[in-house]
Ligand binder design. Structure first.
Ligand code: HEC
Length: 255
């Protein structure tokens, strides 16, 4: 009896030591490493009055660790869906390879909290719920092709009507025949609708043709302005523009 009890006790001690040791097999911590990435890339949506469940505090993120790892490795979060380098887009929210490694290694190593003293200053949230995104006024819609009738500058595109996981390209052809890649949506997620803006507005002389490839694969909204109005409006306009980059989210919209 006695020996048996001792054996149990020994087993218990050994296994809990092994467990504690294995549990945190990483030096990466929430406080020092991961929270920074989340504040920058996730909490704009994932906060208490945001469009998705909160991931601001360690206690909020920890239970989601496995799901977080999967979402970032699959590049489903943060939702972006536009192919890098095809069109010159503002505010690419996708994670860098390094950020993905930090998050997934942290989860794999047991997702430790670390010392809260290392936490960066808490993030501030714009009250996007009440203010709402300042969406620009649509100029045209495109399902197949659209020919521009006057000189314009294309400054934004909002994809819609795309089948889940579909791939759609928007391409411009100038009157001289030059082709300009505008936007490529890959693995579309209809739950997220947002306006994509360009770092440099795309000048489209009258007669330019915009096409969706494959034709009929979406119903995109185009935002352009007359070329002449461009230069004076630019300077003062940058503030409004960065606010307007706020995603227009339609969670719960599923096909
Ligand atoms: C543009 C807003 C937005 C951003 C930015 C964002 N998310 Fe999300 N996320 C959502 C919404 C909305 C959902 C609800 C899921 C849905 O229905 O697609 C979600 C769902 C999730 C889920 C749950 C997936 C599941 O298992 O169902 C995880 C995990 C997640 N997000 C992690 C992250 C992480 C980590 C980041 C930052 C690297 C991030 N998200 C950035 C909006 C966002």
């Amino acid at each position: 009896m006695k020996a048996n009890e001792r054996k149990w006790l020994l087993l218990l001690v050994c296994s809990s030591v092994a467990y504690a040791h294995e549990f945190y097999s990483t030096k990466l911590t929430w406080s020092r490493d991961v929270s920074r990435i989340f504040y920058r890339r996730c909490v704009a949506c994932h906060h208490p009055s945001g469009s998705a469940f909160p991931l601001v505090k360690y206690e909020e993120a920890r239970p989601w660790a496995q799901a977080i790892k999967e979402e970032v490795l699959q590049r489903r979060m943060p939702p972006w869906n536009a192919v890098k380098g095809f069109g010159d887009l503002v505010d690419d929210r996708s994670l860098t390879q390094e950020e993905i490694s930090v998050i997934s290694n942290w989860v794999e190593g047991g997702a430790p909290e670390g010392e809260p003293i290392y936490l960066p200053p808490p993030p501030k949230f714009e009250d996007s719920m009440s203010a709402g995104p300042t969406a620009p006024i649509p100029s045209a819609r495109i399902q197949d092709t659209v020919t521009v009738k006057e000189n314009v500058e294309l400054f934004g595109v909002m994809p819609s009507g795309v089948e889940p996981n579909a791939s759609v390209q928007l391409i411009a052809e100038k009157p001289g025949g030059a082709m300009v890649p505008v936007l490529w949506i890959l693995q579309a997620n209809p739950n997220f609708q947002q306006v994509y803006y360009f770092n440099t507005d795309i000048p489209l002389p009258a007669g330019s043709k915009l096409s969706l490839i494959p034709p009929g694969s979406g119903n995109f909204i185009l935002y352009w302005k007359p070329s002449r109005a461009a230069s004076p409006a630019r300077r003062g306009g940058s503030r409004t523009r960065s606010r307007a980059v706020l995603p227009v989210l339609r969670p719960g919209l599923r096909h």
